[in-house]
Write a protein that binds this ligand. Structure first.
Ligand code: OAD
Length: 239
């Protein structure tokens, strides 16, 4: 492990262009629940009941209750050393893009700037009528939350299963993955597309790909270095 850490550290030190792709595991040490695994959210809830456009059409109140409950879980959580390490990398590496599947906002709170939120953010709402997006951090949002402009129902500004990612964000992610010399893939089970394939896109384009995860994933055999352990302990060691 020490040898691998040194290798990755050297590569990051030399890189003019790098990227990171993060998932729920990077926020686990901050106290934010992950989706899969022993205590993951999908153990107790079914995605098709809560995180699809059909679920929202069927029972918008239930879906809102779940998102407000998650806001309440996330609100007291602070960024951890893994989030902070990525801020430092962004400051050191001339061209650094952070691609995240997380909606918790902890990368922004830590101080990362160049972030692509593939799955949106839980701290914004979007009007189902006019499409207007607004910041909204209220954990007790009264139901039904309505657009201040057109009075239609608001929804969380997140991407649900069965929905397409914002094409502009996806294009910027592809560009970053195509040009990065090093890609760090941190705390993702690598099962939800298209994020699950992104490490392979970068690898095909010539990047050195490093995975940091508590356990092996479908990506582990395909990457150049697989570092097993907690993101909050491993990432600071790469600086
Ligand atoms: P998952 O919950 O699927 O995976 C979390 C990953 O983090 C697992 O592989 C864990 O082993 C790893 N992990 C946990 N704690 C860790 C730690 N301290 N350090 C390093 N690794 C750790 O979360 P995602 O891969 O982000 O989408 O899930 C992808 C998407 O599925 C989410 O964005 C969400 C979900 O359903 C939507 O809601 C559309």
């Amino acid at each position: 492990m020490d040898k691998l850490i040194t290798e990755v550290k050297d590569r990051l030190q030399r890189a003019k262009c790098a990227a990171a792709l993060t998932g729920a595991g990077i926020s686990a040490e901050s106290g934010v629940p992950t989706f899969r695994g022993q205590e993951g959210l999908w153990k107790n809830f079914r995605p098709e009941d809560l995180a699809t456009p059909e679920a929202f059409a069927r029972d918008p109140k239930l879906v809102w209750e779940w998102y407000l409950w998650r806001r309440g879980r996330i609100a007291p959580c602070a960024p951890n050393p893994a989030h902070h390490a990525l801020v430092t990398l962004e400051q050191r590496i001339p061209d650094f893009t952070l691609i995240t599947q997380n909606v918790d906002g902890l990368h922004r709170r830590a101080g990362s700037r160049n972030i692509l939120h593939l799955h949106g953010t839980i701290w914004e709402v979007r009007c189902t009528g006019c499409g207007r997006v607004e910041e909204n951090r209220d954990p007790d949002l009264a139901y039904p939350p309505l657009c201040s402009g057109c009075k239609k129902l608001l929804r969380p500004n997140v991407v649900w299963f069965g929905e397409a990612l914002d094409p502009a964000i996806l294009a910027r992610a592809e560009e970053a993955l195509n040009k990065c010399e090093v890609l760090l893939v941190v705390g993702t089970s690598a099962v939800v597309q298209p994020a699950a394939s992104m490490a392979l896109w970068a690898k095909r384009a010539g990047a050195y790909v490093v995975e940091i995860n508590l356990e092996p994933t479908p990506l582990s055999r395909a990457v150049d270095s697989s570092l097993q352990g907690k993101a909050g302990e491993i990432l600071p060691r790469l600086l």
